[in-house]
Design a protein around this ligand. Structure first.
Ligand SMILES: NC(=O)c1ccc[n+]([C@@H]2O[C@H](COP(=O)([O-])OP(=O)(O)OC[C@H]3O[C@@H](n4cnc5c(N)ncnc54)[C@H](OP(=O)(O)O)[C@@H]3O)[C@@H](O)[C@H]2O)c1
Length: 180
């Protein structure tokens, strides 16, 4: 029997909700990368095809995690399979595939990008969000979804107040939200 686990979203956003620019993330905050690795370790991850494309080839599929990639294109699906990912044709299908491959993991993580986070919030597929806020102004063309306070509650922030300082010099705070 398939065990069903909680579905989370994980992202980092600069001021104004910027999460991406020109198909990539316009910052390098090693502490956020470490947080991402630790949160998602051993868990299936779900992403849109453009986020998959944004990963450097040598890092994909992300190791130790089933990488499920959403695309509407059949030829891309075959390429993804050859590259070691699991293609899916919609977010619900991707999450169902992730749930069936969950093993001993405690969560399935949706890891972007903008289009997929927006659908995950609107469809109420996700019940938890791990948001790294960056105290940093960035140009951008892709944005985080808005976590409406009527539906989402901040349950944890590290640090509680203010910012930690990354070795990159950028201030950051890691927040966890739960859907009410
Ligand atoms: N800051 C962060 O934490 C973070 C995290 C992840 C990504 N990002 C950034 O976000 C940007 C990418 O986000 P994005 O919104 O442009 O793209 P995306 O969500 O990564 O991928 C969009 C693509 O996924 C497929 N897709 C999405 N929803 C679908 C659906 N319902 N049915 C079928 N296919 C679907 C389509 O692929 P096809 O075109 O192949 O059909 C679509 O073009 C990049 O800049 C990346 O660096 C930032």
């Amino acid at each position: 029997m398939t065990r069903s686990v909680e579905v989370g979203m994980i992202w980092a956003e600069a001021r104004g909700g910027v999460i991406g620019s020109g198909g990539t993330m316009p910052w390098h905050v090693p502490e956020d990368m470490a947080h991402f690795r630790s949160r998602t370790r051993n868990c299936p991850v779900v992403m849109g095809r453009k986020t998959w494309d944004s990963l450097p080839q040598r890092f994909r599929p992300l190791p130790g995690r089933t990488n499920i990639v959403i695309t509407s294109d059949a030829a891309t699906s075959r390429e993804l399979e050859d590259a070691g990912a699991v293609p899916a044709s919609s977010l619900p299908e991707a999450v169902e595939m992730a749930q069936s491959r969950v093993g001993s993991a405690e969560k399935v993580w949706i890891m972007g990008g903008g289009a997929v986070y927006a659908e995950a919030v609107n469809s109420e597929i996700a019940t938890i969000a791990s948001v790294t806020r960056l105290d940093f102004e960035s140009e951008g063309d892709t944005f985080a979804p808005v976590l409406d306070s009527e539906r989402w509650k901040l349950v944890h922030a590290e640090p509680d107040q203010g910012w930690s300082t990354s070795t990159s010099g950028i201030g950051y705070r890691i927040e966890t939200y739960r859907r009410r």
